[in-house]
Design a protein around this ligand. Structure first.
Ligand code: SAM
Length: 261
């Protein structure tokens, strides 16, 4: 049986920066089962993401359920969700492309329950997880980017929220073990410069959007100029928004004849 102090010591020795918080959360998840707590501690020390072990992650003040093998939503992505929420009007049609657990959708639905929300992802595990978080409140589709969607949606999207993979392939080896070893590389790998998905979204988005639609797509500070240039070349007007406190960078894009603010 581990006391809380022993847990904290073990987690700290394993490199945890938030050992007290993690110890409390793991204890709560074990619910008094000493064997379960020992297993959770071992898994955490082997680098498994805390959120996958707990089965949930906090995002935009909500508890998002996380299944094994599904990308853990990052706190910086709350900024993208906030920008998407600001772009929504009552009755807007919103697409959360590459939705993962459905965290962005859940935040949008929480703030704007009256929108029509569509969400899609390539991975069946993501869709199953998204169904647990937003099922019944959103229409979910599985497939490769826009190919997943019903043709009837063409020309009807008002807000396109995208957090697609954008890590340059060679940079995955430099990520923390939680991501590098325990998240699917298909959720991370954006190709040689990380922006392959941004090129595909910029190329194909126009036919799916209403004339006054907004795109909000997450990137990094380093990639932002190239990402913005990709959307400009595809005929969009862009603005780079950032929130330094969360290390978040988002490209806002709209048709050339629309302002992005
Ligand atoms: C960086 S994760 C973001 C997940 C979610 N949007 C979030 O912010 O938590 C990228 C997601 O893109 C999905 N994905 C990868 N390739 C895809 C593709 N070709 N078409 C659709 N989704 C894809 C992955 O399965 C993963 O869930």
């Amino acid at each position: 049986m581990h006391t809380l102090a022993e847990l904290v010591r073990a987690l700290r020795a394993g490199g945890s920066v938030f050992a007290e918080d993690e110890a409390a959360l793991l204890s709560e998840a074990a619910a008094g089962d000493a064997g379960r707590l020992a297993t959770l501690l071992k898994q955490r020390l082997s680098g498994q993401p805390l959120e996958s072990l707990l089965g949930w992650a906090e995002f935009a003040g909500l508890r998002i359920l996380i299944d094994p093998g599904v990308f853990v939503p990052r706190r910086r992505t709350e900024f993208l969700a906030e920008l998407a929420i600001a772009a929504c009007r009552p009755g807007s049609t919103v697409l959360d492309l590459c939705c993962g657990s459905g965290a962005i959708s859940a935040a949008i639905l929480h703030a704007r329950p009256q929108v029509r929300l569509y969400a899609s992802d390539l991975m069946p595990a993501s869709l199953r997880c998204a169904a647990r978080n937003i099922g019944g409140r959103a229409k979910l589709f599985q497939g490769d980017l826009f190919a997943a969607l019903p043709q009837a949606l063409r020309g009807h999207i008002d807000v396109l929220a995208v957090n697609a993979p954008y890590v340059p392939s060679d940079a995955i080896a430099l990520m923390p073990p939680e991501a590098r070893l325990h998240e699917p590389h298909s959720a991370l790998d954006g190709g040689p410069d990380g922006l392959n998905f941004h090129r595909r979204v910029a190329r194909d988005a126009a036919g799916w959007l209403r004339p006054r639609a907004r795109i909000v797509i997450e990137t990094s500070a380093e990639q932002a100029p190239t990402s913005a240039a990709i959307f400009e070349t595809a005929g969009f007007r862009t603005r780079v928004a950032s929130d330094d406190s969360r290390g978040a960078t988002v490209i806002l894009a709209s048709r050339e004849d629309q302002a992005t603010s």
